[in-house]
Design a binder for this molecule. Structure first.
Ligand code: GLA
Length: 350
């Protein structure tokens, strides 16, 4: 069996998922691939790491390596009462790792889906997403929200997904045919960002707890007045961002591409200034993308390096991306990369 599991970009709704707010990501046409067969234990070869790992299902100790994603998936499945056996095969694909495009969620869902199909576990896509997030939170040890796993599991060709991360209700929002999503990778790997991410998360959780709210959707700016300045600054960004996600949904439905693009740019400068997860490289990309004619651009994912997106007219996208790439490469020493991607289906087997 062969499983294809996409990466993702987020159109809008950044750092809102762990506050149980709104997000609107897109599964993209870059994949993690697992090709394999059923077996007693696990034996996987990773093309990226040129490395083979083996383990027995009764020994799920963490190794601090790429295989932990697979072990984490087994762990949560066993805890949940499922009893899948092993996999033998290889892991490959064209989704760049540590780039802010959710290669972790993509790999978790690839594994989850493989086991779901191979051993007829009959999990729904939502359940696979939730268990994958659990594997990442509890086994791998990254305190991420649900956005990435959800869109990798439930993505749909030519559509973004509007997700209410409190209720997990969702709605597909068609992406106008004339626009192209450009992904730009700054060349700055994201691994060192985890402490800053956890710190943002801690502040927002404290606010929700003090106000006794289950979601940032129910918090108004007014209610923040007694919090320290930093808390106000961070959480008021979240409130505005939730509103922008709702607005983007409307603009896309009405095919208002220019208005959609403007909201993305507004969101970028808001997250840069008030949530402080951008960097000069991401800012440079956004500024130039707009200058060279994109409808909009913003950082995507956690920030602190990683990737940004721009939305442009299909006919102009390549030229815009190439121009920014050249300027960026003159200014910064990092090995940047750009890719033109399409909105794609969630994880599937061939
Ligand atoms: C990472 C996390 C997501 C989300 C984004 C920021 O990608 O995995 O859950 O919090 O950052 O929006």
């Amino acid at each position: 069996m062969k499983v294809l599991s996409p990466g993702r970009v987020n159109l809008i709704g950044e750092h809102t998922d762990y506050t149980y707010g709104y997000v609107m990501p897109v599964a993209i046409s870059l994949y993690t691939e697992i090709q394999g067969e059923k077996s007693e234990d696990v034996e996987l070869y990773s093309e990226v790491f040129n490395d083979t790992k083996r383990f027995k299902l009764n020994n799920l100790t963490k190794e601090n390596s790429w295989i932990d994603y697979v072990k984490g998936v087994y762990k949560v499945l066993f805890e949940r009462g499922f009893n899948p056996k092993g996999i033998r095969g290889r892991v490959g694909g064209n989704l760049p790792i540590s780039s802010g495009l959710s290669s972790s969620a993509s790999f978790e869902l690839a594994t989850m889906h493989f086991l779901n199909e191979a051993y007829s576990l009959k999990m729904s896509r939502k359940e696979m997403a939730l268990l994958s997030q659990k594997a990442e939170n509890e086994f791998v040890g990254v305190p991420c929200g649900i956005m990435d796993q959800f869109v990798v599991a439930l993505g749909k060709e030519n559509n973004a997904i509007f997700i209410d991360t409190e209720t997990l209700n969702y709605e597909y929002v068609p992406i106008p045919k004339d626009i192209q999503i450009i992904v730009f990778h700054t060349g700055i790997k994201r691994e060192l960002a985890s402490s800053a991410y956890a710190e943002r998360r801690r502040i927002t959780e404290e606010v929700l707890k003090k106000l006794r709210k289950n979601s940032s959707k129910y918090v108004s700016e007014e209610e923040l007045k007694d919090f320290p300045e930093l808390y106000k600054k961070r959480f008021s960004y979240i409130i505005r961002e939730n509103r922008r996600v709702e607005k983007v949904k409307e603009e896309l439905k009405n095919n208002n591409i220019e208005a959609f693009g403007k909201i993305l740019v507004e969101a970028h400068w808001d997250i840069a200034k008030n949530y402080e997860v951008s960097c000069k490289e991401l800012d440079f990309f956004v500024k130039n993308a707009v200058e060279y004619g994109a409808y909009g651009a913003r950082l995507t994912g956690a920030g602190f390096g990683g990737a940004a997106i721009a939305i442009a007219d299909r006919r102009k996208a390549m030229a815009i991306a190439e121009k920014i790439f050249i300027e960026y490469s003159k200014k910064f020493p990092w090995k940047a990369k750009y890719l033109l991607v399409e909105a794609s289906d969630g994880v599937k087997s061939l």
